[in-house]
Design a protein around this ligand. Structure first.
Ligand code: SF4
Length: 311
């Protein structure tokens, strides 16, 4: 029988997070990047200093501000959209559970906010915090985002991630056991990694228990990061099309039930150093769509997973 693109992709060639959100909430859903006022264990000295080498001094939160500021950007254009508060920069579970509970419930008390997205690290998810999150998720829409970046310990040490892969494995298991949705972040193009190593990271992350989604970031060298000092001229892919080729091959091995939340980098243009073509997100995404079509391929085509709806 001829393989078909899964119907739940809704006309696309991968399972975009927007498609899932529209289906879930019944309307366009926008994440408002909110600054939760946290830091990271590899910035404040408890695990390390200086942060991850690719991360800017805002903790990768160049777009984060307050709910009011964020709503003023979107509410006029999308008055009937569904809004989620996204605690994006730094480590948003890096505090005692009762402090976190107060912060999260304050955001969720806003009638304009329908749920919470919490960006964090797997080493900041102790049992007490996980239990509190599971309780909160009983009444509210929540997902967590885990910065894994790579499964390779040598690269993890080089980027100053300051936790081991086994820590991610435990967090994934515990989140899944509590039925908490989570999205894993990976970076494509970290110094010292071959394409095979990147594909191995994608395969591994995609097989984690209960995974809801993946974010694939193209490595951006940004001003204010350690990489900008140590590797200012580093360009992970010689040309945009090399990146597009790898992104397509990554999609092919990701099972079709996993939602895709990002397929490129997102650094603001004034901060971006390398690769210079990365600011052109729309072109990169269009090329990925174009290549998926030209190769007549799609997410999961080589994952070995059968999408029952397509048979
Ligand atoms: S990438 Fe995440 S964990 Fe690493 S320094 Fe930046 S905000 Fe902290």
């Amino acid at each position: 029988m001829k393989e078909k693109i899964p119907a739940h992709f809704a006309g696309r060639r991968f399972y975009a997070a927007d498609t899932w959100l529209k289906e879930h909430f019944g309307r366009k859903t926008i994440k408002l990047a909110v600054d939760g006022g946290f830091t990271c264990p590899n910035r404040d000295g408890s695990k390390g200093v200086g942060g991850c080498t690719f991360c800017s001094d805002t903790g990768s939160g160049e777009f984060a501000s307050t709910i009011e500021e964020q709503l003023s950007l979107y509410a006029r254009k999308w008055p009937s959209a569904c809004y989620l508060a996204y605690l994006q920069n730094h480590t948003n579970t890096y505090a005692p559970a009762e402090v976190l509970y107060r912060k999260y419930t304050a955001l969720l008390a806003d009638p304009r906010i329908e749920g919470l997205v919490i960006g964090t690290r797997p080493d900041c998810l102790g049992d007490e915090i996980l239990d509190m999150l599971a309780e909160l998720a009983g009444d509210h829409f929540i997902w967590l985002e885990l910065g894994l970046q790579t499964i390779h310990e040598q690269t993890a040490a080089a980027i100053n991630r300051c936790y081991e892969l086994s820590c991610f494995d435990r967090a994934a298991r515990e989140l899944s056991r509590r039925h908490l949705r989570y999205v894993t972040h990976l970076i494509l193009g970290l110094p010292g990694e071959s394409e095979e190593m990147m594909l191995d990271s994608v395969r591994y992350a995609a097989a984690a228990p209960g995974l809801f989604g993946l974010k694939l970031h193209l490595l951006n060298v940004v001003r204010g990061s350690t990489l900008a000092k140590t590797h200012p001229d580093y360009t992970p892919f010689a040309a945009l099309d090399d990146y597009v080729d790898l992104a397509v091959r990554c999609l092919e091995i990701i099972p079709p039930h996993i939602t895709i939340h990002r397929l490129t980098g997102d650094a603001p243009r004034p901060l971006l150093i390398n690769p210079p073509w990365s600011f052109n997100k729309r072109t990169i995404l269009n090329r990925i769509d174009e290549q998926l079509s030209l190769r007549d391929t799609w997410q999961g085509k080589k994952s070995g997973c059968v999408d029952k709806g397509s048979l």
